[in-house]
Design a protein around this ligand. Structure first.
Ligand SMILES: O=P(O)(O)OC[C@H]1O[C@](O)(COP(=O)(O)O)[C@@H](O)[C@@H]1O
Ligand SMILES: [Mg+2]
Ligand SMILES: [Mg+2]
Length: 346
């Protein structure tokens, strides 16, 4: 067979090739296809903006005490509807739902049921919806433990290393799906005319070194001492111990910030601060930090809480929060060093 021309490999073809190579089974392949289809629907809703009546607050809140946007609720419904009837899942869990839902409750007539668990942040970067800045969807796929017929919250509490697949879809100037099934991180761009995601970057690689960091600087005075010291040295630039100048970017949509890092390098951090310390951090382990960390590691980067490899954090709750440092390997190592040295001093 001839070598496919650039951008002629669709997501479907990529997944079939991975199945033939024995890296994914048919159920997981079809489940990813269902998620991708749901993301296309979300992309259409996001793209309509003010014309679609989808902007603004829903007037409701989620379990995390956050006000929901109309698009948070709509995106959650789109993913639920698509996946409940997909036939590849045992259950799903979302940022916008208090508890996970077994498929047997969502779609009692659907047979056969699958053996996978899907977790998602249906719309990430909600604060950016109304100002027309990129938002996204993040997802993570786990195996349902053997013998479990009614998947409950506790069955989702598996470390990030157990993920079968993870990805995000970014709704920006173009809609892109970035995916890993544990064999590299690959980017697919939605061809809007054809309606297919086409492979546009095979094997994304994050440079090990960077001169760019992403953090919400308005939280500076609330950070822990090691974070204060680390960012202080970044800001000191070529006159400080790091000996080089750093640039800063903060979109406030994790999907957009991580996509930039996967594309050109950098470090993304949402550290512990005294405002979120009681909750453990701001970002959620199961459907934000873990899938992004899997993607980043598969692209040669690193991901940590500042004190522990992210993918090895033992989960204790579906909506558990963690501090996050991810991106260019050497820069994440540097941030971790500041934390370890601080902790060692006591
Ligand atoms: O507004 P802040 O505190 O800078 O936080 C921004 C972060 O919060 C998030 O918006 C949280 O995600 P949700 O919109 O899904 O709640 C991240 O995408 C982003 O990195
Ligand atoms: Mg989010
Ligand atoms: Mg969200």
């Amino acid at each position: 067979m001839s070598t496919p021309s650039p951008h002629s490999v669709s997501l479907t073809r990529y997944l079939i090739e991975e199945q033939r190579a024995g890296r994914i089974n048919a159920d997981a392949r079809l489940l990813i296809e269902v998620v991708a289809r749901a993301c296309k629907t979300i992309s259409i809703a996001v793209g309509k903006g003010a014309l679609g009546g989808v902007l603004g607050d829903a007037g409701t809140g989620n379990i995390q005490g956050e006000a929901q946007k109309k698009l948070d609720v709509l995106s959650n419904e789109i993913l639920l509807e698509a996946n409940a009837w997909g036939g590849h899942l045992a259950g799903l869990a979302s940022e916008e739902m208090d508890h996970s839902q077994p498929i047997s409750d969502l779609a009692p007539d659907v047979y056969p049921r699958g053996n996978y668990l899907l977790l998602f942040d249906p719309l990430d970067g909600s604060s950016n919806i109304d100002v027309n800045i990129s938002v996204g969807t993040i997802f993570s796929v786990l195996r349902c433990p053997e013998g479990v017929t009614q998947a409950q919250d506790e069955h989702y509490l598996q470390p990030g290393t157990a993920q079968v697949a993870a990805g995000y879809c970014t709704y920006g100037p173009s809609t892109m799906l970035v995916l890993t099934i544990g064999n590299g991180t690959h980017a697919f761009t939605l061809d809007r005319e054809v309606g297919s995601f086409m492979l546009t970057t095979r094997g994304m690689r994050i440079p090990e070194e960077t001169r760019e960091f992403a953090v919400n600087m308005s939280n500076q005075r609330f950070w822990e001492a090691p974070m204060q010291a680390y960012v202080g040295d970044l800001l000191a630039g070529s006159e400080g111990p790091r000996g080089k100048d750093f640039n800063m970017r903060w979109v406030a949509s994790m999907v957009a910030d991580v996509h930039r890092i996967l594309t050109r390098g950098g470090i993304f951090s949402y550290p512990l601060d005294s405002k979120c310390a009681a909750k453990g951090g701001k970002l959620r382990l199961m459907y934000e930090a873990n899938p992004m960390s899997f993607l980043v590691e598969q692209a040669g980067g690193a991901a940590s809480t500042g004190r522990q490899r992210m993918l090895e954090v033992p989960p204790t709750g579906l909506h558990q929060r963690v501090p996050v440092f991810l991106g260019s390997r050497h820069e994440v190592d540097a941030a971790v060093r500041y934390h370890h040295e601080h902790d060692a001093r006591g």
